[in-house]
Design a binder for this molecule. Structure first.
Ligand code: SF4
Ligand code: SF4
Length: 503
């Protein structure tokens, strides 16, 4: 076991033994695992033993941050009340922002479309609550600059029943009709990438998808919402996988789950054994290691294939979807409903009652932290996990479709301590940590010398800003920030060159 790895082979099976707290009505989540049978117990022990032996597959390099998942892994998903006002940015996905189709003063019902997809890569937005459009203007975002958003005043006394669209049976739809329904539902990657799901289901001409990889790794510290979705929403998840298989024309699906969630692996396997033992869906355990949840790392671990430089998973005939995205696909499509809420983890040392919550899209972070409670002073508040998440400048930023968690730290948290930066000692730790085999030490030196073009020649664009190199650097060099800045300078230069060329 690595020096900074805290998990023990038997230690993280909390979901199977935790006292269920139930959903909104205080009931046991319907999908949550029951008392394990003898067969289930043996399967569990087998998984745990293989984990202990380090037999589960993974990729080369990576790091082992302290997980902190014990704070919320055993906490079933609970629904939170509505904030008085929801802030719904028009750009919540990769591609073109949605275009408002409502006016200020207009009353809307929960689930009603409020913004249409732009004609290029884009998805619509639906009202996350019944209320009235108070304004359409600029709102703070996690990225920094303000961005256009719809401000929805919630009618707290309304029933908040969701408006359902045309019910449909995905079994009866053609692949193209399913893809269109996925776009109309406003579905994007809920693991953080926020890439429109319909685009992944329809690869470009000349490419076809034969394998779906379903990402249940959730490798960021603190986050456990995907873990709870696998335990509590297995039925919707498996239905969503079947829908995606049909839409993409794929032959098989593999759900990859890190082996610090043995209860989820056993639960999904048991579910499939009961419902479709010879079907095209299987569950594979992968080693718990950061960033095992990155698309390329999951493909390497499960298929032992590498996405070519500058390529995408579809080049290998693969599409990767997060478990939360497919659970929503399985839930929303049969009802003809749009995406209006999502499951997130709210955790961290500054959170009084950390847990997993179903929250309406557009809920301000400030409201969440007030409802859930904080202890002491707030230091940084991070949207997403601490490795790749963004620290917010304002608590008025809303939860958007791509936000999987909120992590709140105290000002005195060691993670926030100012550390002196020393010159590189060429120890090679960053090279050993980089999951895409870059040379972060060399890239860092080029960044210090402002040789951004030379960085591009050293495959800077292959860096997906996972933070592993900065995490292990004994000289505290903020490598990832350097790379982020260098990439944006290179892209600006590229845009300027393209602009000049077009005149
Ligand atoms: S880990 Fe830091 S000190 Fe070591 S080689 Fe990389 S940049 Fe240099
Ligand atoms: S941030 Fe980039 S360079 Fe550093 S380890 Fe991750 S992929 Fe490699």
């Amino acid at each position: 076991m690595k020096a900074n790895q805290i998990s023990a082979p038997w230690g993280l099976m909390s979901g199977s033994t935790a006292r269920p707290q139930g959903d909104r009505q205080g009931m046991r989540p319907k999908d949550a695992p029951q008392t394990p049978s003898h067969e289930g117990l043996f399967a569990h022990l087998d998984l745990a033993f293989k984990r202990w032996l380090g037999w589960h597959k993974t990729f080369a390099h990576g790091v082992y941050p302290v997980e902190h998942k014990e704070l919320t892994a055993g906490k079933p998903i609970r629904r939170l009340p509505f904030a008085d006002e929801l802030i719904i940015p028009l750009q919540q996905h990769k591609g073109a922002p949605a275009v408002p189709i409502v006016k200020v003063g207009q009353e809307v019902m929960r689930g009603e479309p409020i913004a249409r997809a732009n004609e290029v890569m884009s998805v619509p937005l639906h009202a996350p609550a019944t209320g009235v459009i108070r304004a359409i203007g600029l709102a703070p975002t996690a990225d920094g600059p303000k961005a256009p958003a719809i401000f929805l005043k919630v009618y707290q006394a309304a029933s908040q029943d969701a408006l359902l669209g045309k019910r449909c049976d995905p079994e009866q739809l053609s692949p193209e009709e399913i893809i269109q329904a996925v776009q109309e539902a406003g579905l994007v990657g809920l693991g953080g990438a926020a890439f429109p799901s319909y685009v992944k289901l329809r690869p470009q001409a000349g490419r076809s998808i034969h394998t779906l990889l379903v990402n249940g790794c959730e490798c960021e510290p603190y986050l456990t919402c995907d873990h709870r979705i696998m335990l509590e929403q297995a039925e919707s998840l498996i239905r969503g996988i079947r829908i995606a298989l049909k839409a993409a024309g794929a032959r098989r699906a593999i759900i990859g789950v890190e082996d610090n969630k043995l209860d989820a692996i056993a639960h999904l396997r048991a579910h499939l054994r009961q419902t479709d033992p010879d079907g095209p869906i299987s569950v594979a355990a992968v080693q718990a290691k950061y960033p095992q949840g990155a698309e390329k790392m999951l493909i390497k671990a499960l298929l032992d294939q590498e996405v070519p430089i500058g390529g995408i998973p579809a080049d290998l005939g693969v599409a990767v979807f997060n478990v939360g995205t497919l659970a929503q696909m399985g839930e929303l499509l049969p009802k003809g409903q749009g995406l209006i809420e999502r499951v997130i983890t709210v955790s961290g040392p500054a959170v009084k009652h950390p847990g997993n919550f179903l929250v309406p899209i557009g809920t301000p972070v400030r409201f969440l932290l007030e409802r859930i409670g904080i202890t002491g002073d707030l230091g940084e508040v991070i949207l997403g996990g601490p490795m790749m998440g963004m620290a917010v400048a304002s608590l008025d930023v809303p939860i958007t479709k791509g936000v999987s968690g909120v992590v709140a730290l105290h000002p005195e948290d060691p993670a926030l301590a100012a550390r002196p930066v020393y010159p590189c000692i060429h120890c090679g730790e960053c090279v050993r940590a980089c999951p895409v085999s870059l040379n972060p030490s060399l890239l860092g030196e080029l960044a210090m010398a402002r040789q951004y073009q030379a960085m591009a020649e050293q495959y800077l664009e292959q860096c997906f800003e996972c933070g592993c190199c900065a995490f292990v650097c004994p000289a505290n060099i903020p490598l990832t920030q350097y790379f982020r800045i260098a990439k944006s300078i290179n892209r600006d230069a590229e845009r300027r060159r393209a602009g000049k060329g077009s005149h």
